[in-house]
Design a protein around this ligand. Structure first.
Ligand code: IYR
Length: 222
């Protein structure tokens, strides 16, 4: 992909300082209401909402603008079931031996177990893949840069866009995730980055009573 020349910036500029403060504060309040959810309803949200959230993710900055991501959306019940079976197999190994005690202790407050019913209940599972390299139409390999960083940023935008639209997400990382390539029919140049569970929370959904670090706790100004 060769970008030709330069065009004027069409950014959203020109807010007054008061508007900036309101916008920043409003965005933070909205972001602060996001919680990782594990109780999903099977109700299917409008597909157009998902499409726009994916488009938003696709606006992420990326190394040399290579956009080294692929989002595989699964809504089919049979495929979701296959993913649940494969993921739970790995999670059972993780929870009953593979994971060091320190890790399991850290997960304690989250109440997670190897059981992942939401992988079948939730309307959509999005397999997020990082493309280690690209493949040109003639089959030549195209080098990709800062792949992990780029895909991480795109994923953050996707999670925020879905939350903004009123949907709940769960970032799920069965390890290893190689089975996702086979089930989601992705090529060898792609590696699973994470599995994002998307949908409405159930009316009686609960989340762990855990907090967030304060600004002072995670930032410094020099
Ligand atoms: N992948 C496992 C374990 C797990 C690991 C972390 I780090 C979490 O923040 C949550 C869970 C699972 O999904 O249960």
């Amino acid at each position: 992909m060769t970008d030709k020349g330069f065009i004027p910036l069409d950014g959203s500029r020109g807010y007054s300082e008061a508007e900036m403060r309101t916008r920043a504060g409003d965005f933070y309040s909205q972001a602060d209401r996001r919680r990782t959810v594990r109780n999903f309803s099977s109700r299917v949200p409008p597909r157009a909402v998902l499409d726009d959230c994916l488009r938003a993710a696709g606006t992420a900055p990326s190394g040399a603008n290579m956009q080294p991501w692929h989002f595989a959306v699964v809504g089919d019940a049979t495929i979701k079931r296959r993913i649940r079976i494969a993921a739970e197999k790995e999670e059972r190994e993780f929870y009953s031996g593979l994971a060091p005690d320190e890790w399991l202790e850290a997960l304690g407050p989250l109440g997670t177990t190897a059981e992942k019913p939401f992988l079948e209940t939730a309307p959509w599972l999005i397999g997020i893949f990082e493309q280690s390299y690209g493949v040109a139409p003639d089959g030549e390999r195209v080098k990709h840069y800062y792949v992990r960083e780029s895909v991480g940023i795109a994923t953050g935008i996707l999670i925020t866009a879905l939350h903004n639209a009123g949907l709940a997400t769960l970032t799920h990382t069965p390890s290893p995730m190689g089975f996702l390539n086979e089930i989601m029919e992705r090529p060898a140049n792609e590696r699973p980055f994470l599995l994002l569970v998307v949908g409405y929370p159930t009316d009686d959904a609960t989340v762990p009573d855990i907090g967030r670090k304060s600004l002072d706790g995670f930032s410094s100004f020099l």
